[in-house]
Design a protein around this ligand. Structure first.
Ligand SMILES: *[C@@H]1O[C@H](CO)[C@@H](O)[C@H](O)[C@H]1NC(C)=O
Ligand SMILES: *[C@@H]1O[C@H](CO)[C@@H](O)[C@H](O)[C@H]1NC(C)=O
Ligand SMILES: *[C@@H]1O[C@H](CO)[C@@H](O)[C@H](O)[C@H]1NC(C)=O
Length: 552
């Protein structure tokens, strides 16, 4: 009798776990092994799940491989290390954006699921790729924490580490052992395959996956949309602040950068590179940040270590992928912030920019188009010219090149019943809290990345508070983003978990009206508390940049 009851109790306990009821800890079987996470008040949280074999030793600069399953139990409770980068990392809001430690063994992902998620839930999944110039940042910390989204919107959030800098993108030399770049992109793809193979057990639906990225992560999303190798791994995209006019390096240029890097680190051959520590590598990759590899594409200096257009893993430049319609058809949300490059200009030029310096910058970047640009963005003597540079940079690098990309794609596909429906936004709010030490220049501005604490609703995890108006804004954005993950349309499907009443303004799909030539119809301008739909966003400005083209 007694023994039977013991079995009953055990069975009950097991089924409770399987049903995701608050037990001691959630346990899920994966291809990496059996992982044990945490029940928090809001969600089931699994941190630092390995999705690849550690890319260390002879596996440095090799394609990532699926992991050998770990026998026994994998504790998935600790914040992951960042992939190699210099510490302390130089990012705003470092308290919840920077890794505390780095390790070359860094191919981990984190999963956040609703408390009630079970293997039969089949909830939509959002896979997030972080930004940081392909050089810094990581998937852990507070900013990208998915608990709020999981809890209030019945959506599963996955955040992914991928190799960065020279470890992720170095191309040098010949032969099997030679670094060929694009490891970071292949890591992301392997993470998507892990999601495909395992997310059911966490309560997710592998057929409803939104690939979501910001900055370098947004560049990555576009490359995966274009890649046949990534086709079928996701069916929706969210693209936040892709610098569409910055060209990615081809193999030749990447190898030139590689040679500079190898010189900087003091090596002559590949064996020497494998013997170098991650600290040496991080230092040398910074040493070559200001090397101009191609005088015809000076803008590339703002994105030095990048995916390489190699014709295999990365087929085309991101802007061409859109304007030529060379992507897997899928719905997308895409947008920029109104003052993106205040961030980069003030970080790159810590001192006021003289008229002569701005002049040189315009000449260097725009070459034969210099007179036209100079005429409109005229350097002014005896004042700081960084504000002019920041306006020019935002327009050219982000707002107008993005507008060109979405116009091109929609113009191509609209007649074929919009197989690529787009919802376009401009984030136009400057957050009420400070950007942190070293980034004071962004206070009061809608800098690059400003929308992140709003789409994740995580300001509180960084010790920051929303104003009442900002609370409306963040809830609105979370609703649009997760509605989109659920249905492929940001509108309509409100208040799933009935945890937060929400009334959304209708966000009309982006359309091209060829008869008026209006390029940017239906752009949602996010503001606190009330957002609005505007037409021809930055039209007059962008028509000027269109005349120059986005391939200087
Ligand atoms: C829009 O598409 C039409 C028809 O394919 C084409 O002729 C036109 O050049 C395109 N316009 C732009 C701005 O891409
Ligand atoms: C919002 O957009 C307007 C118009 O483009 C601009 O003048 C203003 O500086 C923007 N505000 C922020 C905080 O970016
Ligand atoms: C945020 O609000 C909490 C509770 O009201 C308060 O204790 C804390 O000091 C506030 N933090 C900031 C940075 O204002």
């Amino acid at each position: 009798m007694k023994s039977v009851c013991l079995v009953c109790a055990l069975l009950a306990a097991t089924s409770m776990l399987a049903a995701g009821q608050p037990g001691p800890s959630p346990i899920v079987d994966t291809t990496s092994g059996r992982v044990v996470g945490l029940f928090t008040k809001q969600a089931q949280v699994f941190r630092s799940i390995p999705y690849a074999r550690p890319p260390v030793g002879a596996m440095r600069w090799k394609d990532p491989l699926p992991p050998f399953p770990v026998p026994g139990i994998l504790q998935a409770t600790e914040d992951p290390p960042g992939c190699p980068q210099t510490l302390p990392c130089v990012l705003p809001l470092p308290q919840f954006l920077c890794p505390k430690k780095v390790s070359e063994d860094c191919l981990f992902l984190n999963i956040f699921t609703p408390l009630t998620a079970t293997p039969t839930s089949k909830l939509p999944v959002m896979v997030f790729l972080h930004g940081g110039n392909f050089l810094r940042g990581y998937s852990g910390g507070g900013l990208y924490d998915g608990q709020y989204i999981a809890n209030t919107t019945s959506t599963i959030v996955v955040t992914v580490n991928y190799r960065l800098g020279a470890i992720g993108f170095l191309a040098f030399g010949e032969g099997d052992n030679a670094p060929k770049g694009n490891y970071g992109i292949k890591d992301q793809r392997l993470a998507l395959e892990f999601v495909r193979d395992n997310v059911v057990n966490f309560g997710g639906n592998p057929e409803e996956v939104t690939l979501w990225g910001q900055s370098a992560g947004a560049v990555s999303v576009v490359l995966h949309m274009a890649s046949l190798r990534s086709a079928g791994l996701f069916n929706k995209a969210i693209i936040e602040s892709d610098p569409f006019s910055i060209t990615l390096k081809d193999l030749n240029k990447a190898k030139k950068l590689g040679e500079d890097f190898v010189k900087a680190i003091g090596c002559k051959d590949i064996e020497c590179l494998y013997a170098k520590s991650i600290e040496d590598i991080a230092e040398a990759q910074f040493a070559v940040l200001s090397k101009i590899v191609d005088l015809r594409h000076v803008l590339e200096i703002f994105l030095q270590w990048t995916p390489i257009v190699d014709g295999v893993d990365v087929l085309e430049q991101p802007i061409d992928v859109f304007t030529q319609g060379k992507i897997t058809p899928m719905p997308a949300i895409i947008g920029t912030t109104s003052e993106e490059t205040v961030f980069f200009i003030y970080e790159g030029f810590p001192k006021p920019l003289s008229a002569a310096e701005l002049d040189l910058l315009e000449l260097g970047i725009f070459g034969t188009h210099y007179p036209a640009v100079h005429n409109i963005y005229s350097p002014t003597k005896n004042q700081d010219n960084r504000p002019i540079a920041a306006v020019m940079g935002t327009e050219y690098t982000f707002s107008c090149s993005t507008r060109e990309a979405i116009w091109g794609l929609t113009n191509l596909t609209q007649s074929s019943k919009a197989r690529n429906p787009l919802w376009v936004y401009a984030f136009n709010h400057s957050m009420s809290f400070d950007w942190g030490k070293g980034f004071e220049f962004c206070n009061g501005h809608a800098c690059h990345g400003v929308e992140l604490p709003f789409v994740f609703h995580t300001a509180n995890l960084g010790g920051l508070n929303y104003t009442a108006d900002e609370l409306v804004l963040t809830n609105t954005m979370v609703d649009y983003w997760t509605n989109f993950a659920h249905t492929g349309n940001p509108n309509g499907y409100i208040n799933r978990a009935e945890k937060r009443p929400s009334k959304l303004l209708e966000w009309p799909q982006y359309r091209v009206d060829p008869s008026t030539g209006t390029k940017a119809s239906n752009c949602l301008r996010f503001k606190a508390p009330n957002s609005e739909v505007i037409q021809d966003y930055m039209g007059d400005t962008c028509r000027f940049w269109d005349s120059i083209g986005y391939n200087v």
